[in-house]
Design a protein around this ligand. Sequence first.
Ligand code: FES
Ligand SMILES: [Fe+2]
Length: 447
Amino acid sequence: MSENTPTYNIKDYPKQQMRGSLLEGVRYTCAEFFEKEWEGMWTKVWLLLGRESELPDPGDWQMEPVGIEEILMVRQTNGGVKAFYNVCQHRGNPLVEDAKGSVKRFVCKYHSWAYLPDGELNFAPDKDDFPEGNPCGKVRLSELSCETFAGFVWVNMDPKCMSLKEYLGPIWDEWALRNLHTWKRTLANSMWLPCNWKVVLDNFNESYHVPTVHMGATTETNRKEIRGHINTYFKETRFDLADEGHNRMIMEGGYGVGSTDKDGNILEPLASQLRYWDLDPEDFKSKPEDTRKALQQAKRRLGPSRGFEHYARVPDEQFTDAFHYTLFPNFAVSLWSDGFHFLRARPHPDDPQQCLFDNFWYASPASLDAGTELNRGSEQEVERTLLEYGSGVSIGLGIDDDVRVFVTQQRGFRSRGFKGVYLSSQESRIRRYHELIDDYIEGRLPK
Ligand code: FES
Ligand SMILES: [Fe+2]
């Protein structure tokens, strides 16, 4: 860790040993690897799939695809959530086709077998005609492990899986401070992309690309000098790799170049944020770096009384800095003071060169009321939109730049001329999670 690396009042994650395996293009293109990954990894991990607020009442359900599976998450009369494979146990027809709905019973469209929300079959036509006996009260939908945390519904296809809390390791305690279950979705775009799901996760596992892809940096650019609203300079970034396979990258809220005009005046949106927190942008003329500490102190002092309830429990740094997490295997999130940038990639049912990509944004209720933070989209909880890749429509500010690179990089991975990645230390999070995928494939699951 460099001497410039910021220190925080949060615990370090343990140091990880990596093997330095060769990571070749076939990991992103080949059907055989895709199959091994499915059997060895996807069917053994906890996956964030649903949102509790989409299931307010008993019988409400949400269905989400992961590879060849479709998972049905259903609110129960006791307030819990159960998850089932979306498949009728009569002769295998899927039970639902839509993304969400509400039922008293799930009725199969093939022969009308009907299941209660708890998975029990309670109607079958001609129920006396079965040599193995009446299936009602006996046959059940096939159930997966299901838990809720931070307002999300998580599932695991492995019947012998560890608890979600164990699986999440240090993430659990850090996120539990935030009241994330109360945050509202203000952007929800999804798109099938012509690239492997790991291309997406690799990208969000490093900020090495940020100057080139998002800030127009060239070979001439001094990378230390181009910070925008966050400081992506690697020597001043903190990287942590958890035993469980998740990781964390912390970048200071920069407020450097780009936060002022040529005369040193503080620009929007920082100027409005300062005013909201009773600070005068004039006082920070030509010294935008000083806004970081000042904002932290003002939010600490005024936040709880203005409805920012979670401020009472999080360290000062979380009021200004970017806490970027990747949860193994497929979920990347930037956690800001009041915004939660949700980025997820899921495998296609059978094509390793496609994935379903989600770009969502959640915002704290107090920030929506105040209209202060960089929260995107509307101020209402929004429904998801499935956009079409290549139609020219934007999936989200900034993220369009990433998507362009996902697609070109996938093309490069097909080339026999590509010899395998050559990673910098600041890209260690990529190496670590590829090696963990190999561990899963070879049967070495985290304890
Ligand atoms: S397959 Fe569902 S009722 Fe026959
Ligand atoms: Fe990016």
